[in-house]
Design a protein around this ligand. Structure first.
Ligand code: NDP
Length: 323
């Protein structure tokens, strides 16, 4: 079968479409035909070596598809079941073997594309607004890259919980998408000299209760300076590069603020927690309260183009590889 393999860390060009042996499900495992694989920013960190990987590996940690074969001890699963998963299992491929305890069921009302679009990024948005900083009505929050994969979902979820969202984006097209997702204010951070001053101006000088920052290196300082007294900086990504070490005294100087650096996999520990969070997100997709935007679909052979597009800020919403 065909799969996208990385044999050395580097730029998008190291993503190579190769023939690999068809995998077989062992005990407790399912063989799934991949109908859509998710492209996530973490795939670029793994490819570049920012998050070092054991080489070679098949890229991709998210997908949805149909069960083709079941291993022993997988009671409750059958051929043809629709499932989705988010684990580093090599989903940029025609088929993948997934441990049965790592899959979530995809409801009839949710398409495979949307099941992928709402899984890793949807569960991330979900834990950020429910667990990391439980957003309440009346809170004003900052969302960077508000037209991105996580950004659009986070903006919708924070708005649905009653928050006023200030989004940051780089282009007019992205501004429109962020507004459609519910952002009350949108700042094109590529066009302002002082982002924190713009955020303060939009909050009567007070600052935001929480800044959800996925951009990292280039926005960290402005996100910190945008916080109100005892606000929280939720740094959850590094799209522009990692943030250098921070002196804790800066948190004091900013007004007793909080800094956290959370990740999804600490919020879906165990099958029950994974399935409960996925089901909560999929219920919102099914009833129409959460819109999933598929920004672009690429063939497996175009994986390098997908990474190039994602890293050059050309994309919006979710990117999919279609085996
Ligand atoms: P996005 O679709 O959000 O793409 C990244 C966006 O970041 C770009 O479109 C761009 O939006 C913005 N950006 C700003 N500066 C840069 C830069 N120098 N290079 C590239 N992009 C830049 O990606 P995802 O939704 O997949 O992921 C968003 C972030 O969330 C990533 O940092 C990812 O690591 C993180 N994440 C963290 C998780 C966690 O558990 N902590 C889980 C999932 C994702 P614009 O042009 O508008 O600035």
């Amino acid at each position: 079968m065909r799969a996208v393999q990385v044999s050395e860390h580097g730029g998008p060009e190291v993503l190579a479409l190769v023939d690999v042996p068809e995998p077989e499900p062992g005990p407790g495992e399912l063989l799934v035909d991949v109908s859509a694989a998710g492209v996530n920013f973490i795939d670029t960190y793994q490819r570049s070596g920012l998050y070092p990987m054991e080489l070679p590996y098949v890229a991709g940690m998210e997908g949805a598809g149909r069960v083709r074969a079941v291993g022993a001890g997988t009671a409750g699963f059958g051929v043809g079941d629709r499932v989705a998963w988010t684990e580093q299992l090599g989903s940029y491929a025609e088929a993948v073997v997934v441990p049965a305890d790592k899959v979530v069921a995809v409801p009839d009302a949710v398409s495979d594309d949307h099941a992928v679009g709402a899984l890793l990024q949807g569960m991330t948005a979900h834990f950020l607004v429910h667990d990391t900083f439980p957003v309440s009505p009346g809170d004003t929050v900052l969302v960077t890259a508000a037209a991105g994969g996580v950004g659009l979902l986070l903006t919708q979820m924070a708005t649905a919980r009653g928050a006023r969202v200030i989004g940051t984006v780089s282009t007019a097209e992205k501004e429109e998408l962020a507004r459609e997702a519910g952002a009350a204010e949108v700042i094109r951070y590529t066009e302002v000299d002082d982002l924190a001053a713009a955020v303060r101006a939009a909050t009567d000088g007070e600052g935001v209760a929480a800044a959800f920052d996925s951009v990292g290196a280039t926005t960290f300082d402005s996100s910190l300076a945008s916080l109100r007294r005892r606000g929280m900086l939720v740094l959850y990504g590094a799209a522009s590069g990692p943030v250098p070490p921070v002196d804790p005294q800066r948190l004091n100087a900013q007004g007793s603020v909080f800094l956290t650096r959370p990740k999804l996999f600490d919020h879906i520990v165990g099958t029950e927690a994974l399935r409960a969070r996925a089901a909560a997100v999929y219920a919102q997709v099914a009833d129409g309260t959460l819109a999933v935007r598929i920004g672009h679909r690429y063939a497996l052979a175009e994986a390098a183009t997908a990474h190039t597009d994602l890293e050059s800020r050309r994309t919006t919403g979710k990117l999919l590889l279609m085996p």
